[in-house]
Unconditional design. Structure first.
Length: 90
């Protein structure tokens, strides 16, 4: 049983599972971006944002998850890059 989807690496999975993981991570990055946009314009309450922010920190803190954030809007990219997490080795 795999405990944490954020820590999975595509290279360690069969191709079908890697494809599913890619889709799941893309979906998650889009929903996190959407929550960020809602919060930015005042549509998301502070208590909900705090929960979302923890999810963002967890996902962005995973080097294997970060590529899923490619193609996001510039303001969300700036926010992510401002987070206090370790850099991933290239």
């Amino acid at each position: 049983m795999r405990d944490n989807i954020n820590q999975l690496d595509y290279a360690d999975l069969p191709q079908e599972e890697a494809d599913v993981l890619r889709y799941v991570r893309t979906y998650r990055s889009i929903t996190l971006q959407n929550a960020f946009q809602q919060y930015s314009v005042g549509l998301l309450p502070e208590d909900v944002w705090q929960q979302v922010e923890q999810r963002i920190l967890f996902a962005w803190g995973s080097c294997s998850f970060r590529p899923s954030f490619n193609g996001i809007i510039p303001s969300f990219r700036e926010y992510l890059e401002s987070l206090p997490v370790e850099d991933c080795a290239e």
